[in-house]
Design a protein around this ligand. Structure first.
Ligand SMILES: [Zn+2]
Length: 740
């Protein structure tokens, strides 16, 4: 019998568990690939057996086509192996111009009928409204002017036609060579297109007078007083024209991507399409992303078609132009690892566009799985707590919030921005999300929102003052409620406590948040030294996180100059209490606290923990924490600053929340005027725990609020989740966590 305390036995058991987990894992993957193959088989069965007659008749008219094939995209997991984003098999409909042949219009009309019956939406990028009255939906010009200088110094103006412009012009044979946009209304263009496509009868178009090239599509739609002719274009004509435009664009235009007519269609739809035996309408098996969490939307991001501006980049990487790529969040940041290597296949087609056979020219290689530093249980708690906190106000008064929580080496544990959104319903909600120009839910305030830190900056001023020898830990500054050093210049700024704090040393000044202490100490430390320390703590610097972030800036002569403002000596006082032009992101502030309490090691922030191979059998890359710089903080100085943060956590307004926690904390509040509106303030809260051996640092921001101590409650709620028994249970990777 095995001795349960024998280490080798434990090792064996671990190995056995690991092996079992991997077997299950690879079975899941095999199931996925089988599903893909079955999909292909279904298509092949359809083309070879059901359409067997066609195949025999046309077997002498075969066509070989090469096609890029996307690899299976890696999954995204949280730090404990909980799957956040995975793949599901989906079916796309693609159209083949040649295979549709002379029946093209009838085939497409039938296809659109099926779509309408089944409620399937299809891709249509024609920039003309989908319902009458016909108007342009973009401002993109139809014609561009191109100026070139000839050898003898003359400027030659040429008109460059977009495909849409040339399509209308080419087919409208009687038209003047340089027909203007102002004359080409959306209705006229659509009419011409419908005539070109054979949807409506062709009439001789009137000859148009020449005019200067001006305006844009939208302007043009309003400008022309000419006869529109579009009365004969029906809704169905417009819809067919949209599909034909996509096909023409690929056949005669510059777009070489296959036309994916519809994505993610279901079996009922596929069956109907097959029943109608529509030549040139192909169902392709693909995969799409499946989100297992409705949280962390700003971090996860999403995938989509290659954006136009990145086509060259991905072409160089060997991607097929119809590849799906990361467009935002870590999907974009980790694109090359998640994507794997695209492959290609050679398909043999009959003259109806049915696939007779296919073989790999190059088999695609699946991408790696990305394991994030994020703890999704913690993340969901943080997002819920922010939403609950905001919901204390009536809906129309709710203001944005942000939170960032990091470990001691820059690993991001949670990153939240309120209001947020839900990736599982993102595309359904998209229009509403974009339309919200009050709170901008798509904006990630945790890394892109910059805020004056207010008094949360005072620890930094303290360290700068102590380490430069400007003050000692015992030295006190007398606060009588006003700072009188600049009295001669007519300036006597108040401490927030107008009655004064009396003599405060640095520890007391942090607990009391005494402004007069920092006016004086800041002035003596000098802005040069304060800015030097801010930089060392990563404030006003990029944190290095993999998703988009803003840099912000430190208050100081350089920043003022950059904004065309003057810097005065007295400004140092305000910089020292975190006002003025100090503006930092919540993530920078969390990482600054981590840098402080870990003893001065400033690490780059990161969301990547490691990559695992597609079958999870091996770790292919581990993120090694990257030390940016070290601040040589004297232990005695750090102890004095931390003590001030600890004592604050024991004051009544804080202790009522923090005393219930299983760990001791250190904290600091901050209130700061917003840069855009002096009448409105933001509040901030930073904290770390456990006090004796810090593991995490947290920053919370609430916009448009003035009660910074109120943030102690949500902060305590977040720490409670992190240090709860539940959470530590989650921290043990069990064999089940990888299996969802
Ligand atoms: Zn004071």
């Amino acid at each position: 019998m095995n001795n349960p305390f024998d280490p080798s036995h434990i090792q064996e058991e671990k190995a056995e568990r690991e092996a079992r987990r991997l077997r299950l894992r690879s079975n899941l993957l095999i199931a996925l690939f089988c599903a893909v193959l079955l999909g292909f088989a279904a298509v092949l069965y359809q083309t070879q057996i059901i359409n067997g007659d066609n195949y025999l008749i046309n077997s002498d008219e075969r066509d070989l086509q090469r096609e890029g094939v996307d690899s299976v995209r890696g999954e995204i997991l949280d730090r404990y192996g909980r799957v956040l984003v995975s793949n599901e098999v989906s079916y796309n409909v693609e159209l083949d111009w040649d295979a549709m042949g002379a029946d093209r219009l009838s085939i497409l009309a039938q296809l659109l009928d099926i779509c309408r019956e089944e409620g399937v939406t299809w891709a249509d990028s024609l920039p003309i409204s989908k319902t009458a009255p016909w108007i342009y939906t973009t401002d993109t010009p139809l014609f561009y002017e191109s100026k070139t200088e000839t050898d003898d110094g003359e400027v030659e103006i040429k008109t460059i036609r977009t495909f849409l412009g040339s399509l209308a012009e080419k087919e409208a044979c009687g038209w003047a060579k340089d027909v203007t946009k102002a004359q080409l209304t959306a209705g006229r263009l659509l009419t011409t297109m419908c005539q070109t496509f054979g949807l409506i009868e062709k009439t001789d178009p009137p000859r148009l007078p020449n005019r200067a090239l001006t305006g844009t599509l939208a302007a043009a739609s309003q400008a022309s007083g000419l006869l529109d002719q579009s009365g004969s274009v029906t809704q169905a004509d417009r819809e067919l024209a949209g599909v034909l435009y996509e096909l023409y664009l690929r056949r005669y235009g510059v777009n070489n991507n296959p036309y994916i007519f519809a994505r993610g269609v279901d079996i009922t739809f596929i069956t109907k399409v097959k029943e109608h035996n529509l030549n040139g309408v192909r169902v392709e098996v693909s995969t799409s992303r499946r989100y297992s969490t409705s949280y962390a939307a700003h971090v996860l991001g999403y995938t989509g078609a290659i954006p136009a501006e990145s086509l060259e980049h991905y072409k160089e990487l060997g991607y097929p132009m119809n590849a799906t790529v990361g467009v935002a969040g870590v999907e974009l940041a980790f694109e090359e690892n998640l994507h794997g290597v695209s492959g290609s296949r050679i398909m043999e087609l009959d003259s109806d566009g049915n696939i007779i056979s296919q073989e790999w020219q190059k088999e695609p290689e699946p991408g790696d799985n990305a394991v994030l530093t994020l703890d999704i249980a913690l993340q969901s708690t943080v997002e819920d707590i922010l939403a609950q906190y905001a919901a204390r106000k009536p809906e129309e008064e709710r203001k944005p919030m942000a939170a960032a929580m990091v470990d001691m080496t820059g690993g991001v544990l949670a990153l939240a921005s309120y209001p947020s959104y839900d990736m599982t319903t993102f595309w359904d909600d998209y229009a509403d999300l974009v339309a919200d120009t009050v709170n901008y839910p798509l904006y990630n305030r945790a890394t892109q929102g910059t805020y004056a830190p207010g008094s949360t900056f005072k620890m930094l001023t303290s360290i700068a003052a102590l380490d430069t020898g400007t003050i000692t830990v015992k030295e006190t500054v007398q606060c009588n409620g006003r700072y009188t050093f600049y009295s001669d210049a007519g300036s006597q700024p108040f401490c927030w406590l107008h009655s004064g704090h009396g003599p405060d040393n640095v520890t007391q000044a942090i607990t009391d948040s005494c402004d007069v202490f920092y006016y004086d100490v800041g002035r003596r430390t000098t802005i040069t030294k304060i800015d030097e320390y801010a930089q060392k703590f990563g404030l006003g610097e990029y944190t290095g996180i993999e998703i988009p972030e803003r840099k912000g800036h430190v208050a100081g002569p350089e920043t003022s100059a950059a904004y065309g403002q003057s810097w005065y000596d007295g400004d140092t006082m305000y910089a020292a209490i975190g006002q003025g032009m100090n503006e930092f992101t919540p993530l920078q502030l969390a990482n600054y606290i981590a840098t402080l309490v870990n003893g001065g090691n400033h690490y780059q922030c990161h969301l990547l923990k490691e990559y695992k191979s597609s079958d999870y059998s091996q770790v292919t890359e581990v993120y090694e924490p990257e030390l940016m710089n070290t601040i040589d903080i004297q232990p005695e100085h750090l102890a004095a600053v931390k003590q001030g943060m600890y004592d604050l956590s024991k004051t009544w307004s804080m202790a009522r929340w923090f005393d219930a926690l299983p760990v001791e904390v250190g904290c600091k509040t901050g209130t700061a005027e917003t840069s855009s509106n002096a009448a409105s303030t933001n509040v901030l809260f930073v904290c770390f725990a456990p006090y004796d051996n810090p593991q995490v640092a947290l920053c919370l921001v609430a916009e448009g609020s003035d009660d910074s101590s109120a943030l102690a409650e949500p902060a305590a709620g977040i720490l409670a989740q992190y240090f709860s028994t539940d959470s530590s249970l989650n921290a043990v990777p069990s064999e089940n966590t990888l299996l969802r």
